[in-house]
Ligand binder design. Structure first.
Ligand code: AMP
Ligand code: MG
Length: 412
């Protein structure tokens, strides 16, 4: 850890965001258990093994256009020429014999070319007079033909192991006839909120109570085909209850996520219970929002104790938890894209923690990226997180940004 990255007003230096990410990365052992599913069910899931092509694509030479196919042998394009149409090659119903000199066939997109044909001229370029097809001078020969294997050759890699399969990947697999795919089994995740003040949406709010919003944000953040997610509900600020619930969940899930109770208040028991029932890897990081963040294990179950404040939950999820879950689920972990942008609003910041401020990124007409703060950056202010489309990442040593300065942004 660099000295700069752990500057803090607290007695014990806090972990930098980067160091927290590295510690999680080092602690996680990715799942290897797999299941084999029909192709459609593999959408968004993580591929177990590299998949190779077992056929060429295209499997046969075929036409890229609706037009006329012929052999370019003995044809000169220095003047107009005429060929006799001797039949049709349809997509799925090829014309089955070789062409003789002076012959052509009507052909449609995707239809297989006669063995000795090598040229297709678009129908828009010819004039048709019964079976006689007139081609103008200077038409291009040996064009509009899709060659065998020009997309994929037998033995080529279709997708590397650990890729999360996209819509295009499903199409690619289907194109070579892959019916079933081996994928990593889903990650079993349970999340809880904690706090005596939390009220369910179906109940009236009484004085001092608030609606439990974190479980709804987490529901959205965890909506992913790779996760089997259970909403564990809300736990009261009660040590015994917390201990009982977390112990039981640890026996059934790969990951527990809690929100709230991770700080140092008299009703904050998460860290204490995690210490008692498992191993705490770290508990606080030099990040804002999101200082109280506990990571550890209870038996074989990974544990993320997120802060209670709603925006601290979504931000720590985006910055810390998301890539950890991807790694645990066996996926290749992608680094988020970072952009330089001109900041069009001044930003307040004190030194000591890396801040993720909510911003709105736009591209100007000349292509430059501009970002503006979406407003109040309090970690309880959900509305400015709702209007944001990026985080403005301010390093711990930064002590504020003036209008017009360049900042780093990460898309949400
Ligand atoms: P805590 O970390 O438990 O002290 O919570 C910090 C702040 O987040 C407090 O203002 C809590 O009321 C609030 N908070 C905790 N959990 C939730 C939740 N599930 N939904 C909305 N706000 C919450
Ligand atoms: Mg609380």
């Amino acid at each position: 850890m660099s000295l700069e990255s752990c500057v803090t007003t607290e007695k014990k230096p806090l972990l930098s965001v980067e160091e927290a990410q590295q510690r999680i990365h080092a602690a996680i052992v990715p799942l290897t258990e797999s299941e084999t599913v029909p192709l459609k069910q593999a959408f968004g899931r993580v591929l177990l093994h590299t998949v190779f092509a077992t056929i060429d694509l295209p499997t046969a030479r075929n036409s890229a256009m609706d037009g006329y196919a012929f052999s370019s042998r003995n044809i000169s394009t220095s003047s107009p020429f005429e060929l006799t149409n001797v039949g049709t090659s349809w997509a799925g119903k090829p014309f089955e014999r070789d062409l003789k000199t002076g012959e052509c066939v009507r052909i449609f997109t995707g239809a297989v070319l006669p063995e000795n044909a090598d040229s297709v001229v678009m129908q828009e370029f010819v004039s048709v007079n019964g079976t006689q097809i007139q081609f103008p001078a200077d038409v291009k020969l040996q064009k509009n033909v899709r060659e065998i294997g020009e997309d994929v050759r037998i033995g080529d890699v279709l997708c590397l192991a650990h890729k999360a399969l996209s819509a295009v990947d499903l199409g690619l697999f289907a194109a070579v006839g892959v019916e079933r795919v081996a994928i990593i089994r889903p990650l079993k995740i349970i999340y809880f909120s904690t706090g005596d003040e939390l009220t369910s949406l179906s109940e009236p709010l009484t004085r001092g109570k608030i609606y439990d919003s974190n479980r709804y944000s987490l529901h959205g953040l965890l909506s992913n085909p790779c996760y089997q997610v259970v909403d564990g509900g809300s736990i009261a600020d009660d040590k015994n209850e917390l201990r009982r619930v977390l112990r039981q969940a640890a026996g059934e899930f790969d990951v527990i996520i809690t929100t709230g109770g991770a700080s140092v208040g008299d009703a904050d028991f998460v860290k204490e219970i995690l210490d008692e029932c498992g191993d705490v890897n770290f508990w606080k990081i030099a990040m804002k929002p999101g200082k109280p963040l506990a990571f550890g294990k209870i038996e074989n179950c990974y544990f993320f104790g997120l802060p209670g404040n709603p925006v601290a939950v979504t931000t720590t999820f985006d910055v810390i938890v998301k890539s950890a879950l991807a790694q645990l689920g066996g996926a290749m972990v992608k680094k988020s894209w970072q952009f330089d942008a001109i900041c069009t609003t001044p930003l307040k910041k004190s030194r000591g923690r890396q801040e993720y401020q909510r911003g709105f990124l736009q591209q100007t007409q000349n292509g430059a990226f501009q970002v503006a703060s979406t407003g109040n950056q309090g970690s309880h202010i959900l509305s400015t997180a709702s209007t944001a489309n990026c985080y403005i990442v301010l390093p711990s040593e930064c002590s504020g940004v003036k209008m017009g300065e360049i900042v780093t942004v990460v898309l949400i």
